[in-house]
Design a protein around this ligand. Structure first.
Ligand SMILES: [Zn+2]
Length: 92
């Protein structure tokens, strides 16, 4: 009886270990898939403008400006109040 319990304990233990490893591998896969998508401006940022201040792009006229001078409405970024009112450029 004691021996049977011993083998059951080993079986359950190995199951838990494989589950933990599988979960870790799945988490690692998720992290790899999410990297780069959390910052919508990182990919747009030109290398030449990568100074102390982050540069953003107006969604209306496409001009680049420092993030401190940009106007934000929700997830959109504009160079001026006028362009914020105009909204996202239609067409192209
Ligand atoms: Zn603009």
């Amino acid at each position: 009886m004691g021996k049977a319990l011993f083998w059951v304990a080993i079986f359950v233990g190995s199951l838990l270990v494989t589950r933990l490893l599988a979960r870790k591998a799945a988490q690692r896969g998720l992290e790899a898939g999410q990297s780069g998508t959390n910052s919508p401006f990182a990919s747009r940022k030109p290398a030449a403008l990568r100074s102390s201040e982050q540069m953003v792009r107006c969604e209306q006229c496409g001009v680049h400006l420092p993030v401190s001078e940009a106007i934000r409405t929700g997830s959109h970024i504009w160079c001026s109040q006028e362009h914020a009112k105009l909204g996202v450029k239609s067409g192209t």
